[in-house]
Design a protein around this ligand. Sequence first.
Ligand SMILES: C[S@@+](CC[C@H](N)C(=O)[O-])C[C@H]1O[C@@H](n2cnc3c(N)ncnc32)[C@H](O)[C@@H]1O
Length: 337
Amino acid sequence: MTEEHIIRALEFYSGIGGLHLALARSQVNGSVIRAYDWDQSACQVYQKNHGPGIVKKADILLLTATELRTFNAELWLLSPSCQPYTVLNPLAKGAEDPRAKYPRYMLVENVAGFETSSTRLRLLHILDKLGYACSEFLLTPLQFGIPNSRLRYYLLAKWNPLKSTNTPVEAAAQMILRHIPGQGGDWLDPRDATERIYDVQEVRRYLDDDLEGSDFRISDRVLEKWGRLFDIVLPSARRTCCFTRGYTKLAERAGSVLQMNEELDGSADAVRLLDPLRLRYFSPSELLRLFCFELPRDSGPESFTWPDAISTKTKYKLIGNSVNVEVVRHLIEYLFA
Ligand SMILES: C[S@@+](CC[C@H](N)C(=O)[O-])C[C@H]1O[C@@H](n2cnc3c(N)ncnc32)[C@H](O)[C@@H]1O
């Protein structure tokens, strides 16, 4: 590869462009030349942040191999909502076609739990047949010092026609890595571990200047009904739970809420104490920092921008659907190392 060689990348299920940002921030000399998503708001946000002419609003299942071939892309980045094999089906069909042109590198992101699905085995079989060597990971941003526990499945695939086919896919599939080789160790929950200490940042670094965040206060009605289910964290915490697209709409397993009053211990009688705890939701800009679209507040200027027409509800949905940019950046660098 010469110094001028730029890796041409396609991004599928591109959302607000977390994979694009991860590639741009990485040490890999690469560039997304076309991104696809069918969600209008996601495409508007993508375009606002990554410029015009890259993202195309389209149903990925209707893309043809002919269209994809024209891009001559070496890297495919995919974070499908559910079943990645659907986009790979054209590849599977064309596996025997000598004219077929496949990317040399692929990165797939999916929810934790995907590793036990039949879809994943099917995906591994297709990639194996096409001559890809695959590595799989289950990683959380906590391993990278970020106080958010978004455990995700990742697959890295590298085309290697010389690869040994001795290991059956089923056997290789037992080996899901819990850390990137050469980068730290497996994640152990510090609540279970006695010896390991992780250098995870305090949530405080990711909060807005306006600490009260009054726009994001949780209504009394929601507190009374759902208060017992909230995952409450303090600014001094080093962990928030996974924020989902349903954040602020669902109370349970949708993301943490922030306790602004650090004097009180919420464990005694949570419901009675809820009011003085001054609970609020994390704001969209705080979530952008936790997902590493933005740097922590004390580390640099803000760069992510929202189109004017995007509502707060849509912002939460789009961020909740997205990826942790730093985790993906590390994986991209490992893929090309
Ligand atoms: C898990 S999100 C990916 C988020 C993205 N990586 C990001 O950084 O925001 C999945 C995305 O796939 C899109 N999507 C799902 N099915 C699709 C399809 N058939 N065609 C195009 N986009 C699709 C959704 O609109 C959503 O934005």
